[in-house]
Design a protein around this ligand. Sequence first.
Ligand code: SF4
Length: 192
Amino acid sequence: MNLARESIALLEQAASILCFEGTRHGLRDREWMALRFLTRANRFSRTPSALATYVGTTRGTASFIIGELERLGYLERKRSATDKRSVMLSVTQQGKKFLVRDPVNVLVEAIAGLDDEVKIRFRDTFRQVLDQSDTAEQQHHTDVCRRCIFLREERTASDSKATAGFSCRLFRSPIAEAEVDLLCTSFGHHRQ
Ligand code: SF4
C-alpha cells in the first residue's frame, strides 16, 4: 500500500466538495473561495490583486468575481485610507451571514468533531505538506502572520509590566494582536 498515493486519493475526493461545476446556493466555487478568503484576510490582502493570487486566477477573473459578490450585496469596495489609488475589499454583514451556507461547512464540521490533538496534527500536517511543496515549486502559500518570517515581535516594559507588540518588516507597519491569525498572501515561511 502506498500511503502517500492513498492520501492523495482521499484528498481529491474531499476537494470535490470545494471545487464543483455550476453553482451552490447561487455561487460558483471560486466565488465561495473568494468570500471565505476575504472574511479571514488581513488588511494587506483584501485587495483585488491579492484575491487573484489566492484564488489562482487572472486580475480580470478576480474583478468578475468581485463584481458578482458586490452585485449580490456580499462585498463592498472602499478606497484605502492610506493610498487613495488602492481599493480595499470588505465582506458585508450579509456576506458573513451567507457563509452559513458555505458548501465547505460539511468538512469544517467533520474536522471540528475530531479530538483537539488530532485537529492540531491534521492542520500541522497540511501545513508541512504545503511548506514542502512551496520549496519544490519555488513559491509560497498564503498563511497567517503568526508564522511569517517578516513578523517582528517587540517587547516593551512600562510600569513594571511587559507588553508585546508586533510589526511587519515587509509592509513596515504595526500589526495588532487580533491580526496575527489572519491570512496574508505575502506570507513568507522560515526555510530550514
Ligand atoms: S508579517 Fe508576513 S503575513 Fe504578516 S502582514 Fe507582513 S508579510 Fe503578511
